[in-house]
Design a binder for this molecule. Structure first.
Ligand SMILES: [Zn+2]
Length: 82
């Protein structure tokens, strides 16, 4: 499991979430630990490393925050793995 800090899209508090880094692509709903609103999180892992994270507001999808690593780094990591 990997702990990652992100900003809640409802109350903008910094919250921590635990992700299973052995699963490449996953989507699930987790409640904010501060305001208890449901956040749809979509972490994407590559070789156990978080390369993309999308957080959506379940109500109206108006607030979306995304983290993406640059593709160059991802390519280098793949090459190192072989
Ligand atoms: Zn919140």
């Amino acid at each position: 499991m990997v702990e990652h800090f992100l900003q809640c899209i409802y109350c903008w508090s910094e919250i921590s979430m635990l992700f299973d880094s052995s699963v490449t692509y996953q989507v699930y709903v987790e409640d904010c630990e501060v305001c208890c609103n449901p956040i749809e999180v979509n972490p994407v892992f590559d070789n156990g490393e978080l390369i993309s994270l999308e957080c959506k507001n379940l109500g109206n999808y108006s607030a979306i925050t995304t983290l993406k690593k640059n593709k160059q780094n991802v390519l280098e990591n793949i090459q190192n793995a072989f």
